[in-house]
Design a binder for this molecule. Sequence first.
Ligand code: SAM
Ligand code: SF4
Length: 445
Amino acid sequence: MGKHVFIETYGCQMNEHDSERMLRLLEGVSYSETKEAKEADLILINTCSVREKPEHKVYSALGRFKKLKEEKGTIIGVAGCVAQQEGERLLDRIPYLDMVIGTQAIPALPNLVKKVEALGQRVCETGFDANGEYLKTPLPQKPPVVGSIRLVKVKSYVTIMQGCDRFCSFCIVPYVRGRERSLPSYEIIEEVKDLAETGVKEVCLLGQNVNGYGKGIGGELGFSELLHRINEVNGIERIRFTSSHPADLSEELIQAFTELTKLCDHIHLPFQSGSSRILKAMHRGYTKESYLEKIDRLKEVCPSIALTADVIVGFTGEEEMDFEETLELLQRVRFDDLFSFKYSPRKGTRAAQYEDRVEEKVKQDRLTILQGIQKEITLQKNQALVGSVEEILVEGRSKQSDRDVTGRTRSNKVVNFEGDLGIVGKLVHVRITKAFPHSLRGETA
Ligand code: SAM
Ligand code: SF4
């Protein structure tokens, strides 16, 4: 009988995709996924250390799974950024932990599991991989069939690069994910073609700074050229990417939004702060003015473009005036959605040594004010779509009702509407009838 793996994932899309890669590798050695930890023979916690809060979650998750280890001997592993950062220390601290799998050790996972299973060894693999094996993604499995319906996986992430060379002063990523490495374009295009053959209609290209794609590989395509090639792959209907760094956002990429029919009209362009003084301390490589110029250019070239971003409040040294500038930027750009965070000092980063930290209460107050303003803007933006007809890629059953299906607009907004599972994977036109803070309701047009 096959064995079961339960994977708990924290953090960004990169981690979500890494969990998927781990699952594909484990499927090759007789594991299948379970959504119930108590049914699992192997539990993997894929962790994030970008802020303190997600980092702490790993320890509470381990506490929850301790009982399963005692009762059933379940193998327990920690992967991702905390694994990379803590290494052997995790094994010392958690006596019932079997495996520590660093960010570049994913290809070694099947062998590590075998070692634990056969020899009862505790293992830790956190070296950086010079051969670039960690960049490769195993082939996807054929989609399962339930009754007469093939449960098509409609969209997929595709990692095009890993790591980061930008070293923003607040960020741990370059230390736990290593330096920027791109995957050769022919491998990416092959992967996209393979995905299209399994029924995938939408790909989201992943990297910490996709605009830096191709750096360090002689004669490689640039990011915009890569998008052009993917636009030609038969079967793929939509292309997205994340994240894009404002300092590296080229005119060529901006133009791609009008040139490429499959490139969706949405860009995630983190700004982090609306104060040029704080941006300098963050080592971001752009000013408020140059960020706004790029936003204006994007809106000019693609008026329907949806804009989302990340922002940090309470960065060390942030004064009331700096925060006011962040709020002004919000009102000026009117983002469709925003991911907002309180600054969380990370050991080993440059900003962790900065003095003049902002008090926790001030950080929380600023976050509450900012989120209140953004909530209004997001709702207004959603309301503005009521009455319009949007192209939706149908992804599957809606969680809210089994009469409804769910999908996304080209601008990445969730839309629920009545429909049967036969239209999953299809592009359909839907009239928007109602707007909510996080989704839209519609009916087929
Ligand atoms: N590479 C992406 C970029 O530059 O846009 C961001 C990757 S990071 C995993 C995601 C977001 O986490 C960042 O955009 C930033 O807003 C937030 N973040 C990173 N380090 C942080 C820290 N020390 N404290 C609070 N938020 C942080
Ligand atoms: Fe972190 Fe900056 Fe790299 Fe993004 S660009 S991953 S924020 S160092």
